[in-house]
Design a protein around this ligand. Sequence first.
Ligand SMILES: NC(=O)c1ccc[n+]([C@@H]2O[C@H](COP(=O)([O-])OP(=O)(O)OC[C@H]3O[C@@H](n4cnc5c(N)ncnc54)[C@H](OP(=O)(O)O)[C@@H]3O)[C@@H](O)[C@H]2O)c1
Length: 262
Amino acid sequence: MQLKGKKVLITGGTRGIGKCMVQELISQGVTHIAIIARDKKCIKDISEENEEVEFIRVAGDVGNIDVLREAAARIEDKWGGLDILINNAGVVSAGPLEDLPDEEIYDQVAVNYTAVLLLTKYCVPLLKSSEEAAILNISSGMGLIGMPFYAVYGSTKAAIRQFSDAMRRELAPFNISVTCAFPTATATDMMQKFEGMEMDSPEFVAKRAIEGMVNKELHVIFGGEQREKENVLNFENPEKLDAEIAKVYEQKKEASLDHKAM
Ligand SMILES: NC(=O)c1ccc[n+]([C@@H]2O[C@H](COP(=O)([O-])OP(=O)(O)OC[C@H]3O[C@@H](n4cnc5c(N)ncnc54)[C@H](OP(=O)(O)O)[C@@H]3O)[C@@H](O)[C@H]2O)c1
């Protein structure tokens, strides 16, 4: 896939991995970008920093169905179609399930999962008008391995993996590829609590995820060889992985407390 001239919609393109993906797309010749994020000023700043790009700015919460409908309608009115949809916006609230506020459970599902289903639904007719379209969904390493104290976040991200596989097969006759990326710890606002820990840079994750989409890779898995081994172990011998996680149970619990970026 060639990025030059493509029209892109990205959620959460104002900070972290999403902002780096916007920069990467621009550096590869994309000149039409629609962004959905809540902070109006952050979207304005990005559009002012990149005057050569035509932006559609949608300031709103992806958990609000009207915001998603408005984004698709404005894209249809202005561009008549869409080539690339990047479902990136995500939130996390971790800790023992019984301690999570109900609202934070609902909101993680609404933002990380339901919004992806609905926005993709609204964009499929627009993507079908493109000669070569792509969807890039940002899941998480926790969508591949269920980790304690991240049961809600991890299950929304596992759902994104399943949704991506199903849509890839559903959209195959329309020349719309679907790529799902699985970042591990990445140094963004979402991981502020873990400052000082070794993490991937958002620039690296963005570049590699976009590369995977351009090459029509099905899955882009981060975390190197160690993570690859754990993914295999989780599939082939989950009891063994359970025993390893049990050894660091208290550390994992402690680390999850107050890990919140909503
Ligand atoms: N960082 C990691 O370690 C890591 C690891 C694995 C997967 N991921 C996934 O990667 C994606 C990006 O994460 P990140 O670390 O780059 O996050 P981030 O730095 O916290 O940035 C999140 C972006 O999403 C937007 N956003 C958040 N909630 C939103 C909502 N309700 N409606 C609209 N926009 C919303 C934010 O803008 P506003 O606040 O202005 O709305 C911001 O632009 C997420 O899906 C995350 O789950 C991250």
